[in-house]
Design a protein around this ligand. Sequence first.
Ligand code: GLN
Length: 539
Amino acid sequence: MSTTKYIFVTGGVSSSLGKGIIAASLAKLLQARGYRVTIQKLDPYINVDPGTLNPYEHGECYVTDDGAETDLDLGHYERFLNVSTSQANNVTTGRIYQSVIEKERRGEFLGKTVQVVPHITNEIKERIQQLGNTGDYDIIITEIGGTVGDIESLPYIESVRQLKWELGDDNALVIHLTLVPYLSAAGELKTKPTQHSVKTLMESGIKADILVCRTEHELSEDLKKKLALFCNVKQEAVIQSIDASTIYDVPNMMLEEGLDTVTLKKLSLSNATPPNLDRWNQFLQRHKNPKSEVRIGLIGKYVELQDSYKSILEAFIHAGAENEVKVHVDSIHSEHIDTNSMAHELSGLDGILVAPGFGERGIEGKVDAIRYARENNIPFLGICLGMQMAVIEYSRNVLGIPDANSTEMKPNTPHPVINLMEDQKNITNKGGTMRLGAWKCKLEAGSIVGSCYDSEVISERHRHRYEYNNVYREQLEAAGMKATGINPETGLVEIVEIPSHPWFVGVQYHPEYKSTVANPHPLFISFVKAAHEHSEKNK
Ligand code: GLN
């Protein structure tokens, strides 16, 4: 008999309603009541993972400690829960099929015809229960990507139907997230789209237990009653999710609506312990009452889509609250920066962050922005490609090597200050083959990083193929760019700093992935503090 409880979150009417935030908010409330909770995302696309996707498709690729390249919703899960996720928390249709087809090739199906039902659905069910079987969690929340009625989602919906039947009503429930649109011409909120999407779910044999209704206006009790009656749920199970000014308000809004209590009741779990949201609310209090503000330029080439740099933007929110400072992030397209436009584009900034990225497009703008930050003593943080570009900028403009470059941008450059790692040279497959996941780094005492982390050896997440070329280290150090963080196993340089500059740090890893509400990232805290000092000085 299973003791783990399963919650499935489906979406109807429209995409982008925020299933991930609802799942994370409910998880937060259950965790705050003492339950051990994790969240899983099932993505119906055929890519094996989002690592090969352009950020314009689904936003940033989030990386876990175990090196999984995952959907950005896992970032929300970690930021809300402050608990690490792993590959098991994100499964795509591509991964499911790959695994079933590999089993077929090994002859594991003993001559049977391999079919969507039962082979694909069994694989999906196994992946859902795999997290429950670890014994690490009381409750697993599984978010089904896409919208009910999509062709791609069908095997997932069927798997949920089967699991719900197998586990029983006390052990599994379905939360359906829908939209209740407001028709301004009629001055009315409309329930029909929700009724239809609940019906679509019913056609697949699933009755929604709880409705979470996204809305721009308050749902009246009458409207909730109507939704309950026509959608076959109890009135207490009709939960309003009104537009919020910040995603971090959603857990408290769900608490007020009773989403956690109705969930616990349906799963026959105790709600005796009230949720302890002290740390969360302390963060919210600081976030909403900043004492001053700073302006930070985020230089990247995917800036048209905010989700491309989701974790960076959230890390600024956490670090801003910690400093009691409002961080305005100006997204600046690196292709719009050159030596002529630079002063105009970058003036008035208290800090400059050069973002991660791949390929040649927009990199010269990044180099120019770094030069501007370095020469004008503006606090600078370079992340991954941003760190690599900082090394290139320093080599070109301080060491006097004008053609210094990365072999990613110029494979035959005579001065590869950034170079492909030896163990990457024979790799041809693109998917899952970068240097990924958590790696250790030893920090230099007395450096900026040495003073902002509270331990000498840290662990941070990576996602890249190219590296600082140690051949140039002596020259770079002599000219004033120090290597202040080294991988203790490989000797690779992970961090560079310029001690003569007020705050100039480039990191080969991605600190943004590890920033959470409960644990804002120390490097972002220090960067925002430096930006604040810069702004005070320039008042
Ligand atoms: N393109 C660079 C590399 O592969 C940097 C990657 C990144 O910024 N995530 O090394």
